[in-house]
Design a protein around this ligand. Structure first.
Ligand code: ADP
Ligand code: MG
Length: 573
């Protein structure tokens, strides 16, 4: 093939692909434009998960009629003059690419009127082809309508997720901007139904409530700290509120949502040793620093930044977190359940003298979401004779081949998990509540729960959607009867994964594993001899008794042989 310059439509579709990946990217760019225009009210209307229509209106400074045509050109921006400005960026936009990109993969109409103009104007661009600008009598501000997204790039359509997921992404995105700009009033409607409403009164906790639900919002600790040139503000959860993944650690740098694994690491360092392995806090942190000290021109979607003085920034974040935690929790709570686990690399290494069961090493739970039961060989457990309980957390037992230490929580988790799976085949016994429990959830979680209702109902729950984001729990699986029903439901939802596992059975197992974790007897609980014995018997009967459903060991084995060597009775000492 000979070398040719690409036709301009192809070139602009390629460029558009970098900026407009999915409906939520359109919402992001339009929101940023409205914020840059100084809007105090932004309304977003979405239809058909954003594929049919996305509409953003604002009361900002508008676009003069004679600049409308230019606004939809590539590399046309009012926010940057020369290359030096690139290192002084105070607006969210600066690349002059968004409107052109969106217009090249949709049918877009912009209607706008600056406050000092009597008449506004409208322009329509269809698949990148602009029609003439027409005068239009409109209110002050700007209205951008984007219809039939990706109608001319069917390949891109195929990469979109289900409508529920795309909607959720839009919810999450709008909520994040609402958090970052609490003085702007945001309204988001999806298919005519309100999904987010903020007052614009400047109250971030109000928005936190929409994001995480009122309970968590209330508990979140405030971070206020400034060290040198870096200001760190925001909210973090106390160590009692955690998730199984780090996706809820959010950053905004100078008002811009940013992904940065190193900043996440700095937060986790701030929590160092306070959280269990595999548990992560929720955090929303706003960093402010001199625009000269960051490079925002790193990524087409502006989702990453580079810091000129990385270490200073990370140290500032870490110490801000640490300070907030110490200020709010002066004495670490001695909840057994939260006692820390040192990460494997920091553990002393009695490796040679301790025989771990031949299952795999402890792993971070749920990030990989494997179906644990199948992964493990069925090893069986020798019949065990109970010796007793130590530290109100471990059972000591003797087997034909030495000593076994059993983690009561992990073991019980395993027992419940297998019972659940067994019952699933024949119908999970469930228990009706005398009084149905009402649970109110934040919108995003409500969406996820709604999607999973049929599944939950097949697992012995009877949960009904009751109004916008309220649910009624009518019955719960008998296995969970000791749990507070609303709590049982919340546990399920709080860790619902963003991704869509195509295998329904995996989702199911994950859900079951999560419920069992919550329902299992905790470390720190003294058990009667009968209870200890019952737990041992139940564990022996399990198909994969040696690990909990999340892959951590339930037992440690010290063989007689090993004991003899340790005591110098035998072997090379
Ligand atoms: P950028 O935001 O990077 O400048 P865009 O393509 O998003 O590029 O927008 C191009 C220009 O159109 C902006 O620089 C701004 O002048 C104008 N514009 C876009 N949206 C709005 C809006 N909602 N209100 C006022 N002006 C806008
Ligand atoms: Mg822009």
């Amino acid at each position: 093939m000979t070398i040719r310059i690409l036709p301009s439509e192809v070139a602009s579709q390629i460029a558009a692909g970098e900026v407009v990946e999915r409906p939520a990217s359109v919402v992001k760019e339009l929101l940023e434009n409205a914020i840059d225009a100084g809007a105090s009210y932004i309304a977003i209307e979405v239809e058909g998960a954003g594929k049919r229509r996305i509409q953003v209106s604002d009361d900002g400074q508008g676009i003069p009629p004679d600049e409308l045509r230019l606004a939809v050109e590539r590399h046309a921006t009012s926010k940057l003059n020369d290359a030096n400005d690139l290192f002084q960026i105070v607006t969210l936009g600066f690349r002059g690419e968004a409107l052109a990109s969106i217009a090249s993969v949709s049918r877009m109409t912009i209607t706008s009127r600056p406050p000092d103009e009597d008449l506004g104007a409208r322009i329509r661009v269809d698949g990148g082809i602009a029609e003439a600008v027409e005068p239009s009598g409109v209110p002050e501000g700007t209205l951008v309508q984007v219809e039939d997204l990706f109608y001319n790039v069917p390949a891109r359509m195929k990469f979109l997720k289900t409508d529920t997921t795309e909607r959720r992404q839009i919810d999450a995105l709008a909520t994040r901007y609402a958090l970052a700009y609490p003085h702007v009033r945001f309204h988001l409607y999806q298919d005519g139904k309100p999904a987010l409403q903020t007052s614009g009164r400047g109250d971030r906790r109000e928005v936190l409530g929409a994001l995480y639900g009122p309970d968590i919002a209330r508990q979140m600790l405030e971070v206020v700290s400034s060290s040198g040139d870096v200001r760190v503000q925001g909210f973090i959860t106390p160590i009692s509120v955690t998730r199984s993944n780090r996706r809820e650690i959010l950053f905004f740098v100078n008002g811009r949502p940013v992904q940065d694994t190193a900043l996440t690491a700095a937060v986790l360092k701030g929590y160092h040793t306070l959280l269990m392995v595999g548990r992560y806090p929720l955090a929303v942190l706003f960093l402010e620093l001199d625009p000269e000290k960051i490079d925002v021109n790193v990524h087409p979607t502006k989702a990453e930044v580079r810091f000129r003085e990385q270490d200073t920034v990370f140290t500032a974040v870490q110490s801000a977190i640490r300070r907030a935690l110490l200020a709010h929790t002066p004495v670490p709570e001695l909840h057994r359940d939260q006692l820390r686990w040192s990460p494997p690399e920091q553990r002393e290494t009695p490796a040679k003298s301790w025989e771990l069961p031949p299952a795999e090493a402890p792993r971070e739970e749920s990030e990989e979401n494997e179906a644990p039961a199948e992964r493990l060989p069925t090893l069986g457990t020798p019949l065990l004779r109970l010796v007793g309980q130590i530290a109100a957390s471990y059972l000591v037992a003797e087997g034909p081949d030495g000593l076994y230490l059993i983690d009561q929580h992990a073991a019980h988790e395993r027992v419940l998990f297998e019972r659940f799976l067994e019952q699933k085949g024949v119908g999970v016994p469930s228990q009706s509540l005398l009084q149905p429990a009402t649970v109110e959830l934040p919108v995003t979680q409500a969406r996820m729960l709604e999607e999973q209702l049929p599944l939950l109902n097949s697992l012995g729950f009877q949960v009904e959607h009751f109004g916008r984001s309220t649910f009624l729990v009518r019955s719960v699986p008998t296995l969970l009867i000791r749990m507070e029903p609303a709590d049982a439901l919340r546990t399920l939802v709080e860790d619902f994964e963003e991704d869509e596992t195509p295998l329904k059975s995996k989702t199911e197992e994950r859900i079951i594993a999560r419920v069992c974790k919550r329902a299992a007897v905790k470390a720190g609980k003294t058990l009667s001899t009968e209870e200890q014995q019952a737990l041992l018997r139940d564990l022996e009967a399990c198909r994969s008794p040696r690990t909990c459903p999340h892959g951590r060991p339930t037992m440690i084995h010290l063989s007689v042989d090993l004991l003899e060597r340790q005591f110098g009775r035998r072997g090379a000492h």
